[in-house]
Structures are given as C-alpha cells and as structure tokens.
Design a protein around this ligand. Structure first.
Ligand code: B12
Length: 213
C-alpha cells in the first residue's frame, strides 16, 4: 500500500509532522493499528538500523526518526490498548543501565496494556538498585528488562544478581528482550523467559502467569 510505504519512508527521513499525519490518515481510512505499526513504523525503523550500521545515517538523524516514531506511537496507543478492562496483573518494565533505547520497551508496554496488564515503567538507563527498590515498592508479578546493545545486555545479568542478593528473586519472574538477546542468553543469566517482539512478549507473560484467554 502506497501510504504505508510513505509512512516507512517518512520515519526513515525523521519527518515528525508527516509521520503523525500519515498515522492518523491511515487509521481514519480503516487500516488496522497493527498494520500501521508493522508495515509502516517498524519497517521504516528497520531501514534506519541498516543505514546506521553501514554508516549512511548518523546519530542526530536516528534520533529524529525515533522522535517521529514516538509521535506516531502516541496516536496509535489508544487503538492498541483496551481501555477500562480489569487488570490481569502488574508488570514492571525498564531499559537496563547504560542503555538509552526505549522504543521497543515502550511498544512492549503498550501491547501488554492492550492485553489488560498494568504497567509500571521505570524508563531507560535504570541501575540495578533502582529495579530492586521498585520491586519492593510495587511488587510486580513480572519484570521485563530491555537492552539494545551488546555492551548493556550484560547489565541484565547484573540486575538479576542484584534482585537475587536482595532476596526478591522468588517474588518476581524476569523476562528479557531486545535485539542482541536470545533464549540462550536468557537461560545463561537465569531469566524466566525471552521474547523476540512485543506480540510474543504478551504470550510469554500470559504463559508465565497462567492466563489462558
Ligand atoms: C533508534 C535507535 C537509536 C536511538 C534510540 C532512541 C530511543 N528513544 O529509543 C539513539 C539515537 C538514541 C541510539 C543511540 C545509540 N545506538 Co542505537 N539504534 C537505534 C535503532 C536504529 C532502532 C531501535 C528501535 O527502536 N527499533 C524499533 C523497536 C520497535 O524494535 P526493538 O527495539 O528491537 O524492540 C522490539 C524487540 O527487540 C522486543 N523487545 C525490546 N525490548 C524488550 C523487552 C522485553 C522484556 C521483551 C520481552 C521484548 C523486548 O520487542 C520490541 C517490539 O517488538 C537500532 C537498529 C535496530 N534495527 O535495532 C540501533 C542500534 C540498536 N543502536 C546501535 C548503536 C551502536 C547505538 C549507539 C552506541 C551509537 C553511538 N555511536 O553512540 C548509541 C548508544 C546509546 C546508548 N547508550 O544506548 C546498534 C547496536 C549494536 C550492538 N550490537 O550493540 C544498533 C543495532 C544499530 C546498528 N545496526 O549498528 N540508537
């Protein structure tokens, strides 16, 4: 579809206004929010990632693309989230220390909210001790850790170790996600689960909590 391609291209070019406008236009014309997300926003961001790796795009441009995606996600959120539904449990999310990537984590939060879970979002660059304090304060059923860098993924291990040391590990299940991590890494660091994307994250959370529908 021409408009979806245009949306992907506008994300790539970091055109904040145009991305928001096209998102609204696509929703108004009956295109599903999932299609806008996958075939527009994520498609555009994937190209940004490729161009970043090959040195065709630099940090300021990538940030501009990220702002465009943030703006569009704000418009999409009410369409992805089921309002007024009874909570199925509390999930805490955060991007680990040293890592400034939060788009994927935000998307996971939105999809979990959409599936009826309450979200406590600690933001990005979260040190292990802050996770420990927040678990004590909020008592979530599940903690979702996000990391996008091969360097910061190691802080997932440090975070789980801090939760262990505080004697809280049996109170909370930990799942992890982000481009560099895998099921194998989750097993190695003693996490309870891994999911490749936001849709599978919802399935994993339901599975861990024994929620059927
Ligand atoms: C946008 C972006 C940025 C933005 C982030 C803005 C923001 N607010 O998030 C900015 C410009 C800040 C940035 C900075 C940097 N970045 Co950057 N960035 C990206 C980029 C292009 C897109 C990431 C993204 O948002 N994807 C879209 C979302 C929807 O996908 P996602 O994040 O993968 O999330 C999904 C899954 O992973 C999963 N998931 C994510 N989190 C969680 C959590 C849980 C619990 C679960 C279950 C699932 C889950 O579900 C999500 C939804 O489906 C990626 C390339 C890429 N394709 O991944 C590079 C990339 C991650 N960055 C990279 C690099 C190198 C950097 C910098 C070091 C660059 C530099 N020289 O300074 C800095 C590091 C800053 C820091 N300390 O964190 C590299 C990482 C390489 C590596 N292996 O470590 C990548 C892969 C680019 C590349 N190809 O080289 N970046």
């Amino acid at each position: 579809m021409k408009e979806l391609q245009e949306l992907a291209q506008s994300v790539e070019q970091g055109q904040v206004q145009k991305v928001s406008g096209l998102t609204q236009q696509l929703l108004d014309s009956g295109v599903s929010p999932q299609t806008v997300l996958n075939d527009g926003l994520i498609a555009g961001m994937t190209v940004v990632g490729e161009k970043m790796r090959s040195g065709e795009m630099y940090l300021p441009e990538v940030l501009q693309s990220a702002s465009a995606m943030h703006g569009s996600l704000k418009i999409l959120k009410p369409h992805l989230v089921r309002e007024g539904a009874q909570s199925r449990g509390k999930i805490m999310v955060g991007t680990v220390k040293g890592d400034m990537h939060d788009i994927g984590k935000n998307l996971v939060s939105i999809m979990l909210q959409g599936a009826g879970f309450d979200i406590v979002d600690l933001g990005l660059n979260v040190p292990p001790q802050k996770f420990v304090e927040a678990i004590t304060a909020h008592q979530p059923a599940i903690l979702g850790l996000s990391a996008m860098l091969t360097t910061t993924m190691l802080n997932m291990k440090t975070t789980i170790e801090a939760i262990n040391a505080a004697g809280l590990r049996s109170n909370v299940k930990v799942i992890i996600g982000g481009a560099p991590v895998s099921q194998k890494f989750a097993d190695e660091i003693g996490a309870d689960g891994y999911a490749r994307d936001a849709v599978l994250a919802v399935d994993k959370v339901k599975q861990l909590l024994g929620v059927t529908a």
